[in-house]
Unconditional design. Structure first.
Length: 386
């Protein structure tokens, strides 16, 4: 009998498994239907010995010292600041859009102050920002929207930006300086030996048993656990009672080239051309020295593993129906992207898992506490017998 069954060995499930095992001294059965730990952050060596990310690039960044300190227990770090270029009008230019982007694209020599005025003159006033198109057009105008955002978003989501919630493009800032970093978080780094090695360290506690290639349906009726933490799709947990929650998926093409370097940065986006959305070259992320290089071409897909919840009002309404069921379900905790139908960065998932553990600590006595609570009763019984 395990104290906990945790469904999903990604960040949410693995963090909670580690906390429950090491802090509360409780037993955990951690399962995943995939043949590996790490969820979408899983990385591996390819046939040439190059470290690649199986499910596309995962770059760790956070402003939370609590999250960074927690993960640092299980990995050393390699300092890395992510930079992305976009292939636009036959040129490689920085994305997010910044001063260098505009100057190179239009052959200008604007200053930061002049760029502010230049963008303001092109921005379209919009009352009530609701869609992803509204966000961009109201900030940089329609021409840059067409060059950088519309085609990329339509490929990525299978929908026009005018059909998507404002949250999709709000994640990408516009800068009037020359800061070419994709993220500006205070902590930006990659696990020195890879994500999978970090997860192995996290799950090395003897109280944790990991069963891979195992589905929740394989174990849910066995009666071998007391409580459940579920990090899979919430609609699947409830047998799609109200219908399926819509997701957009991805297909990955991994390629090894017999050259030391293919592109100047880790990721190049293709908003105007090609069927794929971006190309990742991993040696920029890992710092690995190797005579060959590994790339991943990323193709959006309407079918496949659920990656991106589609942010539209009707989908949120459907999720709320499942959320009400989850709230009424005792002894099951729903954590992570799929269980809460929301896109999170890796650090946000870790933070959510740590907060969930804090709630468990406040609401449920641990094994040690349960044992201690029995001692006075035993002593009293002995005294009566005497």
């Amino acid at each position: 009998m395990y104290d906990w069954l945790i469904v999903g060995a990604g960040f949410a499930g693995s963090v909670l498994a580690e906390r429950l095992a090491s802090v509360r001294d409780e037993s955990v059965l951690l399962i995943d239907r995939r043949p590996h730990i790490g969820g979408n952050a899983y990385d591996r060596r390819n046939d040439s010995g190059l470290l690649i990310h199986q499910y596309g690039p995962h770059i760790f960044h956070t402003n939370s010292s609590k999250v960074a300190d927690y993960l640092s227990r299980f990995t050393e770090w390699r300092s890395y600041e992510h930079r992305v270029l976009a292939f636009v009008d036959g040129m490689l230019v920085p994305i997010p859009i910044n001063l260098d982007t505009v100057n190179k694209l239009y052959g200008l020599k604007l200053s930061s102050d002049e760029l502010q005025s230049w963008l303001a003159a092109r921005a379209e006033p919009i009352d009530g920002i609701r869609t992803s198109e509204d966000v961009v057009v109201s900030t940089v105008g329609r021409e840059l929207y067409e060059k950088f955002f519309r085609g990329y978003t339509r490929k990525q989501w299978g929908l026009d930006p005018s059909e998507l919630d404002k949250s999709v493009t709000s994640r990408v800032p516009t800068r009037t300086n020359c800061d070419g970093r994709y993220f500006t978080d205070s902590f930006q780094a990659m696990p020195k030996h890879g994500y999978t090695a970090m997860f192995r360290s996290m799950l090395a506690h003897p109280n944790i048993k990991t069963a891979l290639g195992t589905d929740y349906s394989d174990v849910k009726d066995t009666g071998c656990f007391r409580r459940v933490i579920f990090t899979g799709p919430i609609d699947e947990f409830f047998d799609y009672r109200f219908g399926r929650l819509p997701y957009h998926s991805l297909r990955f093409k991994h390629v090894t080239l017999n050259i030391p370097e293919h592109q100047p940065v880790a990721v190049v986006n293709y908003p105007q051309s090609e069927e794929y959305t971006r190309v990742t070259e991993y040696k920029h992320l890992t710092g690995q020295t190797h005579p060959m290089t590994a790339l991943t071409y990323e193709y959006p897909s309407a079918e496949g593993d659920p990656y991106y919840p589609i942010p539209r009002p009707e989908n949120q309404a459907l999720y709320k129906s499942y959320q009400r069921l989850a709230t009424a379900t005792s002894d099951v905790w729903f954590v992570g992207r799929l269980a809460t139908y929301r896109y999170y960065n890796m650090d946000q998932i870790v933070g959510q898992a740590l907060m969930t553990f804090d709630r468990i600590e406040r609401s449920l006595p641990s094994r040690a506490a349960r044992t201690r609570s029995k001692v006075p009763a035993v002593a009293a019984a002995v005294a009566v017998d005497a």
